[in-house]
Design a protein around this ligand. Structure first.
Ligand code: ATP
Ligand code: MG
Length: 684
């Protein structure tokens, strides 16, 4: 059989083999959507239905685009374009600029954007404090991505129930002034790239004709997160043609806040009634354990995207159960995660196959510290900035100059020699910053190794050209390190082991989603995206307090209720302080005040879910029966049932933990503490 069709299931194959024309793949996480579209492109090219150069594939992030190019190259396709909407638009705009605008090309506003927003806010008399500027910039981005002109903003923001960063009329003024200042300075922001590209094609017949002659086949990955502006560009690309393949999962829509909508995906079969529509259910990425949890997370989803969900069916061999762990504070959580990462590394899991994912970027720091303390290499995503790092820029200069001297020898060796000249050592240096630099340089050597494996006759000039292409496309090489990334940035990616951290109310779901049902649903989908990144190992954790010794007022994420199986050996390190418990006992599940004695003992309401370790409870019962026989007393004199359940739920690790369980006083402690702790630790 055709090599390109091998390794595809019948549904995937149907999408790959569908004739040119509209194709829509609607499927859940890990079902092979991205794989299907790369194979489809390769298939169409191989069969001569389209030339590689006529294919334009768009994906969501620069990294995803880079990966798609790599995969296409591996399938033998050279010259197909795989880019983000922005990168594709930038290229087209640059090309058509002389015809549609003329004069010198406008630069990208880039990092100066906030300066312009600040000037505009200042004129309107609004605060120029950085957080509020960011909010204003975000609001302008939303409006532009949603194709809303300044004048239409108040009505549109009202309809979309936007939480506006200032009164709508003032946002309008900031928006208008920002546009004016930016145009006067002859600069373009990211949204302008798309707006101008669409306009160029819509308004200039000759441009449209040339473009449509050049590109004939369009593919969009992650189509559930398309904005109206991106859709307009896509429509301009297509014109009246319909050679479009889209793939997506409405239940992974996580950019609605920025104007994206799954509607074009869900409405695709209506827009193109002759479209081949394919649904995939088999999950090839994750173990049945991870898939099971993912299905549970999304089961509770509400709203339109939820209507399209399919239960995923795990295809991989069994793996470990996902683990849930509660910590006293964030440093304990970070330290434990770092320890587990280390254990995985010791077991031979490569660092690049491990990710720690969080809701907001600020959460990365404490995990960075904890990893650094154990000497574990890591990279923080935003790795897009790889080519902007000082050492990488320096390396590029050195490599470029070396290339002009026609060096001979094996490419990776040559690269290593050049980089040794700018400080690459054989052994990694100690210390965070030095270590990160070292990792960056080493990543370049590894990239050279990759190139040698992929391209015949790869030499230094070719390597430099490859680097320049990647820099332009902002596709950083994978640094051999643990990935730290936000859940948003993790979309479409996968790792052997994933840690979902900081799962507390106010973070997941994020605090400003509260009270807004649609926003809460988006947060749930975000957790779903996180869970479905894991191939095998999945840890979910949260901390009750921020700082060491801080008040443990936090509650674990509402999305976890009902997910932690009753018989799950949920490892818990929570150690309850007696004083605190006595002063105001609170349910450790839902946080409400506890009054009745049994609830106080269990440290949770009777109606809240139990996370008792059944196996431990059985051992405790057997042990109690033995002691009761020895002492010739009824069993409840040793410990009541409620106390045993409390022990099996809270799994105290030490004496303070044991004391914290109401009803275990000094006498019992003397008599039974050693036994109970040994039982909890599984030593009896
Ligand atoms: P997401 O929704 O997260 O973007 P996806 O649907 O795009 O997921 P892919 O990334 O294409 O999924 O595939 C997930 C994993 O499963 C990849 O490692 C891919 O190589 C593998 N895979 C996909 N289809 C098959 C198949 N038919 N046989 C074996 N492995 C497969
Ligand atoms: Mg994908």
């Amino acid at each position: 059989m055709d090599a390109l069709l091998e390794g595809l299931d019948p549904e995937q194959r149907a999408a790959v083999e569908a004739p040119r024309g509209p194709v829509c793949v609607l499927a859940g996480a890990g079902t092979g959507k991205t794989r299907t579209i790369t194979h489809r492109i390769a298939y169409l090219v191989q069969r001569g239905h389209v030339a590689a150069g006529q294919v334009l594939a768009v994906t969501f992030t620069a990294r995803a685009a880079g990966e798609m190019r790599t995969r296409l190259r591996a399938l033998g396709v050279q010259g197909a374009q795989a880019r983000t909407f922005h990168a594709a638009s930038l290229r087209q705009l640059r090309y058509f600029w002389p015809r549609v605008v003329g004069g010198p090309q406008w630069d990208l506003i880039d990092r100066n954007k906030l300066r312009f927003v600040a000037q505009a806010a200042n004129r309107v008399g609004l605060s120029t404090e950085s957080d509020s500027l960011r909010d204003l910039a975000g609001e302008i981005e939303w409006a532009k991505a949603s194709l809303i002109a300044p004048d239409d903003y108040p009505v549109a923001a009202g309809r979309a129930q936007r939480d506006t960063p200032a009164p709508a009329e003032q946002v309008v003024q900031v928006y208008r002034t920002y546009e004016q200042l930016k145009n006067e300075a002859q600069l373009l922001d990211f949204d302008d790239l798309l707006l101008h590209t669409a306009a160029a094609l819509e308004e200039h017949t000759d441009v449209a004709e040339e473009f449509r002659d050049r590109y004939r086949c369009f593919v969009v990955d992650e189509y559930q997160d398309v904005t109206p502006l991106q859709q307009r560009v896509l429509d301009a690309w297509l014109g009246t043609r319909d050679d479009l393949t889209v793939v997506g999962d409405a239940n992974q829509t996580i950019y609605s806040f920025a104007g994206a909508s799954p509607r074009p995906l869900l409405d695709f079969p209506r827009r193109f009634p002759e479209a081949a529509v394919v649904r995939l259910e088999r999950d090839y990425r994750s173990t049945p354990q991870v898939v099971g949890l993912a299905n549970e997370v999304i089961k509770w989803a509400r709203g339109r995207p939820a209507g399209s969900r399919l239960r995923l069916i795990g295809q991989r061999p069994e793996g470990p159960e996902p683990r849930f762990t509660e910590f006293d504070d964030e440093s304990a959580e970070a330290a434990a995660v770092a320890q587990r990462v280390k254990a995985l590394l010791d077991d031979g899991v490569p660092a690049s196959e491990i990710a720690i994912l969080y809701r907001v970027n600020a959460q990365s720091e404490i995990f960075e510290q904890a990893l650094a303390e154990l000497g574990i290499p890591y990279q923080v995503r935003g790795g897009e900035r790889f080519f902007q790092r000082a050492e990488v820029r320096q390396a590029m200069v050195a490599l470029r100059s070396a290339a002009s001297h026609e060096p001979s020898g094996e490419l990776p060796k040559v690269v290593r020699e050049v980089l040794t000249g700018i400080g690459l050592t054989d052994e990694p240096p100690a210390g965070g910053a030095a270590r990160e630099k070292w990792e960056s340089l080493l990543a370049l050597v590894e990239l050279a190794e990759e190139l040698v494996a992929a391209v015949e006759g790869a030499d230094l000039p070719k390597f430099v050209a490859e680097l320049e292409m990647r820099a332009e496309a902002q596709h950083p090489p994978t640094v051999e390190g643990v990935t730290l990334a936000s859940l948003h940035a993790a979309k479409g990616l996968e790792w052997d082991a994933v840690f979902l951290v900081g799962l507390v109310e106010g973070t997941v779901p994020i605090v400003h989603a509260d009270g807004d049902e649609a926003a809460i649903e988006e947060e749930r989908r975000l957790l779903y995206v996180g869970v479905t990144r894991a191939r095998e190992h999945l840890w979910l954790s949260w901390a009750l307090a921020r700082a060491v010794g801080g008040r443990r007022y936090r509650r674990r994420s509402r999305f976890l209720y009902g997910l932690i199986p009753e018989d799950h050996p949920a490892s818990r390190t929570a150690k309850r302080e007696p004083a605190q418990r006595k002063s105001k006992p609170l349910c450790r599940v839902c946080g409400s005040a506890l009054t009745d004695a049994r609830a106080v003992k269990l440290s949770r309401c009777g109606s809240c879910p139990s996370d008792v370790d059944e196996e431990l409870l059985n051992r405790l019962r057997a042990w109690r029966a033995g002691r009761a026989r020895e002492l010739k007393v009824p069993a409840y004199v040793v410990f009541t049932d409620a106390t045993l359940v409390a022990i099996a739920e809270q799994r105290p690790e030490d004496i303070p933990g044991l004391v914290a369980i109401a009803g275990i006083g000094a006498a019992k402690l003397d008599r039974y503490a050693a036994d109970v702790l040994a039982l909890v630790q599984g030593k009896r």
